[in-house]
Design a protein around this ligand. Structure first.
Ligand SMILES: [Zn+2]
Length: 103
């Protein structure tokens, strides 16, 4: 993981494999774990497939929930990351393509 501090970032963190962009100089361990989960997802699918899928699922969820935040939180990649970002051992035990369980 290559950590970049981007003070003007519009979100707390963003992952563009192999980079993790964060807004604050000292990001929480939970945020870094969350972004590491996205790094693993991006490694599995490739960056282009990951972001095309992410965006298409966002549009679907946006239609489903009629709300930006609910759409974002229900993207399968985010569901896996939010469900496990407080478990620091998660990535060491995670099976490949585990995001499928959150689709
Ligand atoms: Zn996320």
């Amino acid at each position: 993981m290559i950590l970049l501090i981007v003070p003007f970032l519009w979100v707390d963190g963003m992952t563009l494999w192999p980079f993790v962009l964060v807004r604050r100089r000292h990001p929480s361990a939970f945020l870094l774990n969350h972004e590491r989960i996205h790094l693993r997802q991006q490694l599995e699918l490739g960056l282009v497939v990951f972001y095309v899928w992410y965006f298409m699922e966002y549009l679907y969820r946006r239609y489903q929930f009629k709300n930006h935040y609910l759409a974002y939180r229900n993207i399968s990649f985010e569901r896996e990351a939010f469900a496990n970002d407080r478990n620091m051992a998660y990535l060491s035990k995670r099976r490949w393509y585990s995001f499928w369980r959150y689709v």
